[in-house]
Write a protein that binds this ligand. Sequence first.
Ligand code: IMP
Ligand code: MG
Length: 177
Amino acid sequence: MNIKLHDKTFEPYLDKSTIEKRVLEISAEITKAYADEKPIFLVVLNGAFIFASDLLKQLNFDCEIHFIKLSSYEGMNTTGDIKTVIGLTENIENRTVIIIEDIIDTGNTLYHLVPELKKSRPKNIAICTLLQKTEALTVDLKAEFIGFEIPNRFVVGYGLDYDNLGRNYPMIYQLKI
Ligand code: IMP
Ligand code: MG
């Protein structure tokens, strides 16, 4: 069933079981690659909160979970001005850091975050994103774990919002055109 948020209509795109299955696969990939590293997960708020919750519940090894905030978005277009990182109080020196993001669009947000984190000399930094609009990517950024590569069309639900609405839906909807 379609949903209406503000002035726009969104149609079902990725259903609950499709997302759940892929989240399980990613958790297995992360386990295989990083279980021995005692990684620090940095969850990028607000959008990644549901994805992170489902994903991290599947991991059965020592890891730390922290939350950071930064945003370059207002409404449906990237504003381009990158806000600073809020909330990183943890010492990440010599640690494996895995960034958990909801979606990579232009890539600008993470393109600026990664060098910011590198200043604190982590051992390495990996990116895990639920969604990537690969065609929209404008920077040299490579996520190690990608849930779904999606077309360049606005999506909401499962944590993602359109002007603060839509985060609560358990599946992902795409802007109806
Ligand atoms: P980027 O900096 O262009 O890669 O944009 C990344 C951020 O923009 C994401 O963390 C989201 O918060 C937001 N964003 C990008 N595309 C969408 C979308 O289709 N729906 C909801 N939020 C989006
Ligand atoms: Mg986000």
